[in-house]
Design a protein around this ligand. Sequence first.
Ligand SMILES: Nc1ncnc2c1ncn2[C@@H]1O[C@H](COP(=O)(O)OP(=O)(O)OP(=O)(O)O)[C@@H](O)[C@H]1O
Ligand SMILES: [Mg+2]
Length: 495
Amino acid sequence: MKFHLSDFTKKSLNPGSDTDQQEDLGGQQPFALVKYFSFTSLTVILLASLVLTWSFSQNTRKTILERSEIYSRMFAESLNRQVFYLFILPTFVRYGRIALSDPIQFEQLDLIITDITRGMNIKSVTIFDSRENIISYATEAALVGKRNAGGIEYQKALQGESSTVFTSSGSVLSLLLPGSAPVSSQLQTYVPFRRDRGAMPGEIMGVVAVTQDLSADMKALFSLQFKIILFSLTVMAILFAVLSAIVIRADRIMEARAQERRELEKQLHESKRLAALGKMIASVSHEIKNPLGIVRSTAEIIAKRISKVAPGNEHLAAIIVQETTRLDGIVREFLDFARPKDLTLSPGSLNSLAERMAVFMEAEFQKKNIRPLLELDAAMPDIQMDGEQMYQVLLNIVFNAVHAMSEHGGTLTVRTNPLPGGGAVMEIADTGCGMSAEKLTQIFIPFYTDKNRGTGLGLAITKNIVEKHGGTISVESREGEGSTFSVRLGGGAAA
Ligand SMILES: Nc1ncnc2c1ncn2[C@@H]1O[C@H](COP(=O)(O)OP(=O)(O)OP(=O)(O)O)[C@@H](O)[C@H]1O
Ligand SMILES: [Mg+2]
């Protein structure tokens, strides 16, 4: 059988690993879109509520102004009529002419206007002369006699057209910022002052300007505006917080799932890789095994005959036998890894495995100055296991421990304990060189070894056997202090 190492390219040992990233993206993208739409719709809702607030307050403001204007006009017309009948006509009859420069006439008019405005929502009344733009009468006495205060509205009123001027200062910010301009709003309506002719418009005798103070209305409007904005912002903030919390949680869950999937994929790739490796090793080992057996038996025959042919060279044949035996051991280990044997389960005790090991290793322990300590729980239950394979597990771990303590000797403790639910745990602790955290992550990987003559398969095979039993193997280690391997079988093994 021909076998080429190049057949086992990196790709065939790591099939599918380059698809990881794409699959990740596939899982994350829809959620990223949902996130994007959620936050965008929040922003849109916020903007929409701000626009709605603005248009609502604009409408309310418009309604207030329209109503106030109608009110002012009706008031001005009523004032026009009352002033005409109560002041103009009687004064004309009495004095022959109207002269507001006359304090008596002025006072009479003032009394009448004060009477009309009492209880009405009117701040001030101003009457302009029709011949020139001068204030003939004003409820604010300081304005009387002032020229050109009427502006274009005065001119329009002289043409018979009523008009309104709205002056306002301050905004919703006036309620928030202490130093900003206060809210002040006034509506000034200019209407022609006519000689009363009932329903028919009469001669224009002057112009009446009626001023309403709308500051309170505007303040109420701004306050409402402020409350709506505050409410929208609060609702938005709550929605945003809830959404963020959901997004963060979902992100975490997705990350955990992605991690889980990556783990599973890694395991799958690893088993594919191992299967490929196993195939390769099985082929190579199989090809080596038979010629090796022939070399070994030939060397044994030569060893017997060499003393006659070339005395003094017996050790050469012995070396060939020794080395081929070692090679045979390695090939067998390779085959064990590549073609794991099926389990033959029967009830057995971990304690007896430990005792068997202690007897088998006695000489080796003595040679290496290692003190074996068996702390075996007498109440250990029998568990379903393949005794021979579990013995191999124990030996692999013990060989490593012996190797780790080969320099100065030490103590090897084998401890057994029952687990709740009928299982058992066996701990093998050494006081050897220990391992770094980084090394701990590598030791179960096939072919990982730091020994000159090691294959690095001991722990990989060990793990395979334990896992085939449905058990777990774990290790704790401190550099320079030692290591403890724990094998759990049955019961709460997975715990
Ligand atoms: N008890 C231990 N103390 C310190 N290092 C250990 C211990 N057990 C294992 N190791 C480390 O783990 C590595 C891998 O062990 P593993 O048994 O898989 O292979 P190996 O012993 O090197 O070779 P072999 O296949 O012959 O057993 C070892 O080379 C060693 O560095
Ligand atoms: Mg080993």
